[in-house]
Design a protein around this ligand. Structure first.
Ligand code: CO
Length: 134
């Protein structure tokens, strides 16, 4: 059901410093910061030949990233995003299997303008999973 690894997201305490490190030290293609108010984050995407890295920084006081950075002040891997062909079919199959979908269960529009859902990390070996319909 899942397809390509779309991106690995890393929560960072300093977005400019992290973007500069990927651009200047690691020599990657680094995009411009984008605010995603629906998700409470500012993101920077880094294009790698086989996937992307999403740098996440809190946007607003109720950002879901605030708590993560409080527990991981140096930053850390926040989620993996896998591609699916049909997000509603994927969601229904996962719910039937007992997995928990975060929020209302309805897909939201993600950073690439495509529908996304998040799955509870306790159901997936401690890893928050994002599904993106491509
Ligand atoms: Co993501």
């Amino acid at each position: 059901m899942i397809g390509r690894l779309n991106h690995v997201a890393i929560a960072v305490p300093d977005l400019d410093a992290a973007a500069a490190q990927y651009r200047d030290t690691l020599g990657a293609q680094v995009g411009a910061p984008q605010d995603e108010p629906d998700h409470g984050v500012t993101v920077v995407f880094i294009d790698l030949p086989n996937t992307k890295i999403e740098l996440l920084y809190p946007l607003g006081d109720d950002s879901p990233i605030n708590g993560f950075l409080a527990k991981n002040p140096a930053g850390g891997i926040h989620h993996m995003c896998y591609e699916v062909d049909d997000i509603l079919a994927a969601r229904d199959r996962l719910i039937d299997a007992g997995a928990r979908v975060l929020g209302t269960g309805a897909p939201k529009i993600g950073a690439h303008g495509k529908p996304v859902l998040f799955l509870h990390p306790k159901d997936f070996n401690g890893c928050l999973i994002e599904l993106e319909q491509v």
